[in-house]
Design a protein around this ligand. Structure first.
Ligand code: HEC
Length: 215
């Protein structure tokens, strides 16, 4: 009997040990996976030298982490569902592009179902985005060493005509890479450029032509 009891004790001990080492193995596997993700999210060349394929590969690695960062924490005055859901909207960027000759800030834009149809026409004039349109633009920077830094998420929401005439009836919002809503003067920080540069397109910027999704 004693032997039996000792045996059970030993079995339980082995079982506990096995469970324990599984926990360790699991943690280690997760850590390795995380390290791999981070390592893979470094480009092997400078940001300004990335091809569309390079930028897409980098984005594939980065996408989950980028979104998790934006979603973290309380969104306060920003509708949380915009931040939660925008990845399920229509991607209007074929790949993250960095506008400008030596652009190092890569941009990836999504438009919700209400606005996607109009947006995807990329018209230069006479554009009226429908009320309820929401557009989300992710950003990340890649420096000369190929190191990636997550950037803010930019949001624009088209509200009922007459609600905000000074911004062309767009609400402008931005979220830091860590998920905090950004405080800014939306007129000078956002709207002046959008209305001034793209007034005839209802304030819409559009990705650079080579990065546009065509239907
Ligand atoms: C100096 C000009 C300028 C300023 C300031 C600016 N933007 Fe933009 N914005 C652009 C341009 C240009 C694009 C198109 C970018 C691209 O994809 O190449 C754009 C694109 C966007 C988009 C994607 C939808 C679209 O228009 O195609 C959103 C959303 C956006 N901006 C929000 C903001 C917010 C929020 C702010 C203020 C925090 C802001 N922008 C400030 C020039 C500006």
């Amino acid at each position: 009997m004693r032997t039996g009891a000792a045996c059970w004790t030993a079995v339980l001990a082995v079982a506990a040990l096995t469970a324990f080492s599984h926990a360790i193995a699991h943690e280690t596997a997760e850590e390795v996976a995380r390290e791999k993700t981070q390592a893979a999210c470094v480009a092997d060349k400078a940001g300004h030298a990335l091809t569309p394929a390079d930028a897409s590969a980098l984005y594939a690695c980065l996408a989950e982490d980028l979104h998790a960062g934006y979603r973290a924490g309380d969104k306060r005055w920003i509708p949380a569902e915009f931040v939660d859901d925008y990845r399920s909207w229509t991607a209007v960027s074929a790949f993250p592009a960095a506008p400008g000759v030596h652009g190092t800030r890569f941009l990836m834009t999504y438009v919700n179902a209400i606005g996607a149809e109009t947006y995807l026409r990329y018209q230069e004039a006479g554009v009226t985005m429908p009320e309820g349109t929401v557009m989300a633009m992710e950003s990340f920077a890649v420096n000369d060493e190929g190191q990636v830094q997550n950037g803010p998420l930019f949001l624009m929401q088209k509200v009922t005509a007459g609600t905000s005439p000074e911004t062309g009836d767009w609400y402008y919002m931005a979220v830091t890479p860590a998920g905090a809503p950004m405080t800014m003067n939306v007129i000078t920080a956002c709207s002046d450029c959008h209305q001034g540069s793209f007034g005839a397109r209802d304030g819409v910027g559009y990705p650079v032509p080579e990065a546009r999704v065509t239907r």
